[in-house]
Each structure stands twice: as C-alpha cells, then as structure tokens.
Design a binder for this molecule. Structure first.
Ligand SMILES: [Fe+2]
Length: 347
C-alpha cells in the first residue's frame, strides 16, 4: 500500500469511473479501507460528478462516480418579448428599438417531416444552422415538423419512418433547443394533428413548444411584429386540403385574404411547393389635421405577400412521387422587415 500525500478529486473521479470495491480503492490510494470509506462519504459529489454507492453480489460496498446529466433544454435569453391575447390567437412580437439590424429576416420552418425516410436532413440542418448563427434571422414553426405516423395514418406510411414518433419528437426538440430563443411561435400541422385527434395531445405543444418556451397556437395565428415603432402584420397557418396543381395550391393560400384586413405576410405550408404571390391590396387612405379636418384622401397600393413555405422532403421515394404528384421547387421563402417600416418577401 503506497500512501499518497493528498487525494486529488480528479484522481478519485478517474479511478472510480468504473465501479470499485473499498479494497481496490484502499490499494490505489494507500490508505486503510475504513479511512477511505469515511473519506468518500465526506467528499461525496466532486465537481459535476455524483458518487453512487451500492453493494455487489458479495455484499461488498462498491463506489462509482458518474457525470451529472445536464439539462438539454437550457434556453438562451431572447432579445425579443411577446404578448399573447388571453382568448384569441393573436400574438405581439416586440423587437427592441435599439436592435440595429439593416433588416430582420423571418424564416418559416415548415413541413420538416422529421422522422420520415424522405426527410432531407442536410438541407434542414443547414437551414436551422443559418437561423442559429445569423443574429438578424428568426424562425417560426408552420407545422408538420414531425412525421408522426401511426396505425391510423395512410397505408404504408408507418413503415416509412426512420424512428418511432416519440423519438422524432425528442430528437426534433434537441435540434431546436440551441435556437429556441430565436423561434417566434409555432402552429401545428395535420401530422401533429394526428396526435391531437386520437389523444388530445399535440406533440408540437407538449413535446416541442412548451418545453422550449415557444409561444404556441392550435389554430392559425394573427401576428403583429413591432420594431422601430412600426407594426408588421402576419397571418400564419399550416394549411389544409389536397390541392395538387399550382393554381389550386396558391388559391388555397389566397383564401385567407378573403376574410381579413390588409396583411403584409400571409403564410401557409402544407402543400410542399414554395410559392410567392405579391398582389397588392388597394386601400383607402385619409389624412386629417390636428383639428380633425380632412387634409387629403387617396388610394394606396399596399404590398401584400402570400407565401407558401417549402418542405424538407425529397421527391423520389416519397408519397408524392409514388402518387404522380409534380415535384416541388426547392426555393426558400422568407419575410424581411426593415427599420424604416418597409417590408419584402423573397422566394
Ligand atoms: Fe406536410
């Protein structure tokens, strides 16, 4: 037994990274077993390593150190704040006025279908990384983020997943956690809706938005984005229906303009075919002086963008290819807002 002058914590952690008996510990550190037992009991946790003590089959005490598991869901602080209406699907996002970007880019994350065999992981990971590393880019979830196929899904779909639904949710959450502070809100798609229909449990809410602190709405959401005293308006839904033609898809997206005032960004996913319509809305504008007298009136063309978001699914090998649907284009669609109140959409 070679007695060491001082027992270093790091040596204990290393030696007890695999279970050891008191006899082995005593031999390693050159001290009697009783002394080592008392010593370990007194030291207990070392750094971020927890000490576990139990007995082996011979009823001898064994000791092992194991690194404490860190919470994967440490969310970085947001630079923006939000306020949700208490009863209505209406959200205010406020960026601080001292946020001096040339523009803010709002990037939809739609139809990832994470967990599907056809999910394009490289494109999706690159997209998330771009949002994460670009200070002026913020994302929002448009639904169908997880494939979530189960027994009642269309025939065969359950066999076209690379992992079971619960693992899809856990894995997607891990992917999103590092940039959760940059995700403005989330709405579910029909694939999340499968869980809601059967169990009243939306995986987007319980598995992703709620644990990551992302504002969630279970229906289309009306969003006001406040920055530099300007208000930028958005309406966002996943979408529904079975449109196959370009015209059918854009018509479906444009329907949302039938029942509401002018909005700057009308967002839809679901049809996996990115498109951009920029038909302006003609609005009346009246200007009054301080006494309420009419100064001028005119008609203005207000820009209004309808955006269909891309998916992250490949074509060949997918349900769409087998059904003979046309392949989607692979554009990325984004919304841009500027500090002078201007706005733009790209595809
Ligand atoms: Fe989808």
């Amino acid at each position: 037994m070679v007695k060491k002058d001082k027992i270093r914590g790091i040596d204990l952690i290393r030696f007890l990274s695999t279970p050891k008996t008191l006899q082995e510990i005593s031999a390693e550190f050159g001290r009697p077993e009783s002394e080592m037992e008392a010593y370990l009991e007194k030291r207990g946790k070392l750094r971020s390593y927890n000490l576990f003590v139990h007995r082996n089959d011979s009823q001898k005490l064994i000791y092992v150190y194991d690194k404490e598991k860190r919470n994967e869901l440490i969310i970085k602080p947001r630079v923006w704040t939000y306020r949700k209406h208490e009863e209505l699907p209406y959200l205010w996002i406020s960026f601080p006025n001292n946020l001096n970007f040339k523009k803010i880019i709002l990037a939809p994350i739609s139809d990832a279908h994470y967990g599907s065999l056809a999910h394009i992981s490289k494109k999706f990971d690159d997209y998330l990384n771009w949002i994460a590393r670009s200070n002026n880019v913020f994302g929002f979830l448009v639904g169908d983020e997880v494939e979530n196929c189960h027994a009642d899904s269309p025939p065969g779909a359950i066999f076209e997943q690379m992992m079971r639904p619960k693992d899809q949710i856990i894995s997607f959450r891990k992917k999103l956690a590092p940039l959760a502070h940059k995700i403005l809100f989330g709405v579910p798609g029909n694939h999340e809706g499968r869980g809601t229909k059967k169990t009243d449990i939306d995986p987007l809410y319980f598995g992703i938005c709620e644990p990551l602190g992302i504002p969630y709405f279970d229906e289309p959401v009306f969003v006001d984005i406040l920055w530099k005293t300007y208000v930028f308006t958005m309406y966002c839904r996943h979408g529904s229906g079975n449109a196959q033609t370009k015209g059918g898809k854009i018509n479906k997206a444009l329907q949302a303009l039938d029942f509401q005032e002018h909005i700057m960004f009308n967002i839809m996913g679901h049809v996996h075919d990115p498109m951009l319509d920029d038909t302006p809305r003609i609005c009346r504008e009246r200007n009054f002086d301080e006494d309420g007298n009419l100064e001028s009136f005119r008609l203005v063309h207000k820009k209004q963008y309808t955006i269909i978001c891309p998916s992250f699914l490949s074509y060949f090998g997918s349900y769409g290819a087998r059904m003979g649907f046309s392949p989607p284009n692979t554009n990325i669609t984004t919304c841009e807002i500027y500090p002078n109140g201007k706005y733009h959409a790209t595809s």
